[in-house]
Design a protein around this ligand. Structure first.
Ligand code: ADP
Length: 357
């Protein structure tokens, strides 16, 4: 059975004068032991989705199940979950050890020595044994983060919930903690639902990622599925950095050809079915899939270089093709300068087609 199921879950908030739909008809299953990342832009409903699971918001419609049990009406402490917050939410007057004990004391009837054993074991796992007697104000941000994790781990829950847990750490520490969280996850094998707005974090950490926009699930898949086979234009533009380039063409269903200026694109039979009688088609190509061409040929165009961003192994080129701006990532070994005309190739098998727009 799945560790967590969202089954047709909707959440609306009353706000002055109207209703805000924060999450709409959400279906997500989190597999046992899976690291699932909820990702999307600010306001898309990630936190609400997590808080519904935590019991911090009431569910308007649908069902949430943890370990097969419906938890719609269950109090947070009666759900088999442990949450790690962005701001750590440690008790300032308790020591690290007391912070770690507290949640366990509230939710289990383990004897004291069993609780002590778990706290010590967890502290060792997180290398915070020497901090156990300190109070939170004597800890660095990274150490507080570990304590917050420790407090969740000692509970041995069915699911960990994490709401942007690394966003208050500096860039270097954030990268280190990402790796460490992944190792912890390997070691513990506990299902985890992790919220972030950062697509890089989602891509590097998730077994699968759930991409949300406007309160609706856009795609649920492995990072590579979302990257290579984005379900729609939103996912295509959100996943991957730098972002995919898009161009909208006029589309003639009768001939199956999209056209804009010099660009023509003939759709496949399958795509033609998907498009039906729409008058437009959107094409997308990732910057890293565009190639420098040395000679004229099919699928090549001349582009004028506006900006060169040296990234080391790659150069990021911002170019103009007619009046369109396109970003291409090409090998850093080529010496390309601003104002130069270059020839770019758009490999047909790297072009994505979307029926929106
Ligand atoms: P995210 O975590 O992706 O930034 P949220 O889940 O916080 O998004 O919010 C989703 C939507 O629900 C937003 O439009 C937000 O303004 C709204 N919302 C969230 N919490 C409340 C609340 N308590 N009252 C009213 N609207 C809310």
């Amino acid at each position: 059975r799945p560790a967590v199921e969202y089954d047709g879950v909707t959440k609306t908030f009353d706000s002055d004068g109207g209703e805000v739909v924060a999450v709409e008809d959400l279906d997500i299953q989190v597999r046992d032991g899976e690291f699932l990342v909820l990702v999307g832009p600010s306001g898309c409903g990630k936190s609400t989705t997590l808080r519904l699971l935590a019991g911090l918001e009431t569910i308007t419609d649908g069902e949430v199940r943890v370990g097969g049990e419906v938890v719609n009406e269950a109090k947070p402490k009666d759900r088999d979950i442990a949450m790690v917050f962005q701001n750590y939410a440690l008790y300032p007057h308790k020591t690290v050890a007391e912070n770690m004990r507290f949640g366990l004391e509230m939710t289990s009837d383990l004897p004291d020595d069993a609780i002590d054993a778990r706290v010590n074991e967890t502290a060792e796992m997180l290398s915070i044994t020497e901090l156990l007697d300190r109070r939170p104000d004597a800890l660095s941000g990274g150490q507080k983060q570990r304590v917050a994790l420790g407090r969740a781990i000692v509970r041995e829950p069915e699911v960990f919930l994490m709401d942007e847990p690394l966003s208050n750490l500096d860039a270097k520490l954030r990268t280190e903690m990402r790796t460490e969280l992944q190792q912890l996850h390997e070691q513990l094998g506990v299902a985890t639902v992790y919220v972030t707005h950062d697509q890089t974090e989602a891509m590097t950490m998730g077994d699968r990622i759930a991409v949300l926009n406007d309160g609706a699930l856009q795609q649920l898949g492995t990072p590579l599925e979302c990257y290579h086979e984005p379900a729609n234009r939103f996912v295509a533009g959100f996943i991957g950095s730098p972002s995919m380039n898009f161009v909208e063409l006029e589309y003639t269903p009768r001939t199956g050809v999209g056209r804009r200026g010099d660009i023509t694109y003939e759709v496949t039979d399958e795509q033609s079915t998907q498009l039906g009688d729409r008058g437009h088609v959107t094409l997308g190509i990732r910057p890293e899939d565009i190639e420098l061409a040395t000679e004229t040929g099919p699928a090549t165009v001349v582009a004028s270089v506006d900006v060169v961003e040296p990234m080391g192994r790659e150069n990021l080129l911002h170019v103009s093709i007619d009046d369109r701006e396109v970003v291409a990532s090409v090998s850093g070994e080529y010496d390309i300068s601003i104002g130069q005309d270059i020839r770019l190739r758009f490999p047909r098998d790297r072009i994505h087609m979307f029926d929106s727009g």
